[in-house]
Design a protein around this ligand. Structure first.
Ligand code: 4AD
Ligand code: MG
Length: 475
């Protein structure tokens, strides 16, 4: 039985076995109290050991970090903070942990724990984060299944750059230094494994669109890779993205789906991760005590999540947002690092001003200048903007990027030529606009940014089990 299940039982002296890792051992003259955690819940079960029952050598091996199993009677507990405990009759040691075990029962910094990523799951914080991450992933599938979407697995190895940003990791079986060259001295990828140059995908969208042009509503949920050298608290080189793609959806439908989706999964976590979210909320309150008053958040974690699911997202155009930014105090006082004018790619300082200072709620910005957005976005009649949509969240910035897609073959072709993409590489994508094209839309949600928002973790490296960032692929 998992400890989570044991803790839900009525203690009636029934015989129970619990297995897990020792968090703490406290001793009195004849009795030892051992707290065991198996990761099924943030709560530990207390094992009460009568030192006369268990031989000394075995008991010595019960130290923080050791893996043990205890069997005994489940009895009501007199101690504070727990309803039941196990009065141990027998105890086995699965694996010892000596005094060099790095996760001792005291506060460790997140930076320290990142260097112990192989063991950090055994802390309350990371246990809570990864249980919440699981609940959110489950809620994603539940939401789309209930909405009639099909889960479509798009390839991880690809020959096309969906976002056109050129930030891709090459996939090759050539030995470094020994790649064959053509007569011009360039690497000859026709001799490589796939007979062409291939990379890890930055997005499953283009293939997702092919699926939507037959199954109507699909979503992907998989790893994506970006070789951008961004050392921020919100960028990973390997992250997970959820990309729904819907035939017959216009931009307005796309916005509504994005809002419903995010609210649904946050609501699911609130309902199903109470203990973990309360722990994370207290952790955050603790952390905030060391911050100056004006940098502390106005809402506690759970209040913030409830606020998001109970309020409409603010919706406005890029042009309206730029107007607000130009008239804003920080722009007037020249406090923005990047000056605001129509046409710029909004920086995170601008997005955060809109979300955190001006509207104080999630914001959906639409109709961006076409020059700063990807080639596949549907062009507006004004000839300047495209039907793009970014969802911006407090503390996170951009959590979702999406758009209505250009479904007109000629317009899409023009745009492909304009931005300098070779249409040969996208012949299959272009054919969907030749054969039964349909209005359609979709978006991508960065899963780790969602987990960050829900858990309140400040650094994206702390919400994925083994983060991949520049100069970092240790575990
Ligand atoms: O805005 P992006 O680049 O959009 C796309 O890739 C589209 N193909 C999605 C679509 O329309 N189907 O990325 C989508 C989201 C961002 O809003 C952000 O949340 C996340 O992916 N993201 C990252 N998350 C972590 N680390 C990175 N380096 C990320 N880059 C993007
Ligand atoms: Mg984007």
């Amino acid at each position: 039985m998992q400890i989570k299940e044991i803790l839900q039982l009525k203690p009636e002296n029934q015989t129970i076995t619990a297995k897990g890792w020792v968090r703490t051992k406290r001793g009195q003259a004849n009795i030892a109290f051992v707290n065991i955690n198996d990761g099924s819940t943030i709560k530990n079960i207390q094992a009460v050991v009568d030192v006369n029952n268990i031989d000394e050598e075995t008991l010595k091996k019960v130290t923080t970090g050791a893996c043990i199993g205890v069997t005994g009677a489940l009895t009501p507990s007199a101690g504070a903070g727990q309803d039941s405990e196990i009065v141990v009759e027998s105890l086995i040691i699965y694996g010892v942990a000596d005094e060099t075990y790095p996760i001792q029962p005291k506060k460790h910094s997140l930076e320290f724990l990142r260097e112990k990523a192989h063991l950090r799951f055994r802390t309350n914080t990371f246990g809570a984060v990864f249980r919440v991450r699981h609940a959110l992933a489950f809620a994603v599938h539940k939401f789309y299944n209930e909405q009639g979407f099909f889960y479509l697995n798009t390839p991880i190895i690809t020959a096309s750059d969906a976002e056109g940003a050129g930030e891709m990791f090459r996939v090759s079986t050539f030995e470094a230094n020994k790649a064959p060259k053509d007569e011009n001295g360039n690497v000859d990828f026709t001799q490589d494994f796939f007979g062409r140059e291939t990379s890890l995908t930055v997005s499953g969208q283009l293939e997702g669109e092919l699926g939507a042009m037959a199954l109507s509503k699909i979503y992907t949920f998989g790893p994506t890779f970006r070789a951008e050298n961004s050392n921020t608290t919100r960028h990973l080189a390997e992250f997970w993205m959820i990309e729904p793609e819907m035939a017959f959806f216009e931009l307005e439908d796309n916005m509504k789906l994005a809002e419903d989706f995010v609210k649904y999964v946050i609501g699911y976590a609130l309902e199903n991760c109470k203990d973990d979210l309360e722990f994370l909320q207290n952790r955050l309150l603790d952390e905030e005590k060391s911050k100056p008053q004006n940098e502390r958040s106005e809402l506690s974690l759970i209040d913030k999540l409830n606020f998001v699911i109970n309020n409409d997202f603010e919706k406005l155009t890029y042009t309206e947002a730029v107007d607000i930014l130009i008239k804003s105090k920080p722009a007037q006082k020249k406090q923005f690092q990047y000056e605001v004018s129509w046409g710029i790619d909004l920086q995170s300082e601008h997005e955060r001003y809109l979300v955190e200072k001006h509207f104080k709620k999630p914001v959906i910005l639409i109709n961006y200048p076409k020059a700063i957005k990807a080639f596949y976005m549907k062009q507006n009649e004004d000839g300047k903007t495209v039907r793009a949509m970014d969802v911006l969240f407090p503390g996170i910035g951009e959590i979702i990027g999406g758009s209505q897609r250009e479904d007109n073959y000629d317009k899409l072709m023009d745009r492909i030529h304009e931005v300098g993409i070779d249409p040969e590489n996208l012949w299959w994508y272009l054919e969907t606009r030749k054969f039964g094209s349909a209005p359609h839309s979709g978006f991508g949600l960065g899963f780790e940014r969602l987990v960050q928002f829900v858990t309140g973790m400040g650094n994206i490296r702390d919400v994925i089990p083994f983060p991949r960032t520049p100069k970092n692929a240790e575990f």
